[in-house]
Design a protein around this ligand. Structure first.
Ligand SMILES: C[S@@+](CC[C@H](N)C(=O)[O-])C[C@H]1O[C@@H](n2cnc3c(N)ncnc32)[C@H](O)[C@@H]1O
Length: 218
């Protein structure tokens, strides 16, 4: 799939592109392009935002600036989904990640300061997505959250089997994962459930399914 991120801070994504699993699929299953609104702004001196009509604090990302960025990137061939990252959007969950991972191309728009001119969200985007009910200072972290969650769903991103039994997966009925333990078997009096040390794989599977079920309804 191809994912295009529109941002005022493209260099923020350098770290993420070096991390697995994104680094694993980059250039094969995932084509990632970073666009800086400033590179295509029709305004002078790289201006991308402006004071809000009606007054008030903060700067608002301009609709003509975002339209110019999308036109330069796509012409008449837009991405399958154009997503505005905003705390006011549909909350991101695993179902939405799966849905978006099935698309051939995504454009992810981030903003800063006071956010988007609402005409961007209403007229230039297909979706508005929030990563949670809290306000961050910019869309770069939300974009990275979405990118990482998407990358995990692409073929070859994860070691065989490791993405199948995770929290919210179909294998766990959409519930949360069972608990994990590793060595040492005892630490400061904290032990490990006997069943996990038993070597009885059928009982271990049963115990894990039960743990997942109990934790999911808690
Ligand atoms: C400070 S926020 C703007 C908040 C906006 N004035 C409001 O009250 O809804 C600046 C930008 O950060 C991004 N952002 C902040 N929190 C977010 C969240 N929870 N989910 C997605 N994007 C978020 C968005 O791109 C947003 O436009």
């Amino acid at each position: 799939m191809r994912v295009d991120v529109f941002t005022q801070v493209p260099h923020a994504f350098g770290w993420l592109t070096e991390q697995k699993p994104l680094a694993t699929v980059l250039g094969t299953e995932l084509e990632l392009r970073l666009f800086n609104y400033r590179d295509t702004t029709p305004l002078r001196a790289g201006q991308v935002d402006d004071a809000p009509y009606g007054g008030g604090a903060g700067m608002v990302l301009r609709v003509d600036v975002v339209a110019a960025a999308l036109d330069a990137a796509y012409g008449d061939d837009p991405a399958a989904r154009v997503i505005a990252l905003t705390p006011q959007g549909r909350q991101l969950d695993q179902d939405l990640v799966e849905e978006l991972a099935g698309e051939p191309s995504l454009a992810i728009l981030s903003s800063r300061f006071e956010g988007f001119d609402t005409r961007i969200v209403d007229n230039l985007c297909t979706d508005a997505v929030s990563i949670g009910p809290y306000v961050l200072s910019g869309g770069e972290l939300p974009a990275m959250v979405l990118l990482d969650a998407l990358a995990r769903r692409l073929p070859g991103a994860l070691a065989a089997g490791s993405g199948e039994h995770e929290s919210f997966s179909a294998a766990l009925g959409g519930g949360i994962e069972y608990p994990h333990y590793t060595r040492p078997a005892e630490f400061r009096g904290f032990g490990v459930p006997d069943v996990l040390l038993s070597g009885n794989h059928a009982r271990i599977e049963e115990w894990r399914a039960e743990q997942s079920r109990v934790r999911s309804i808690a």
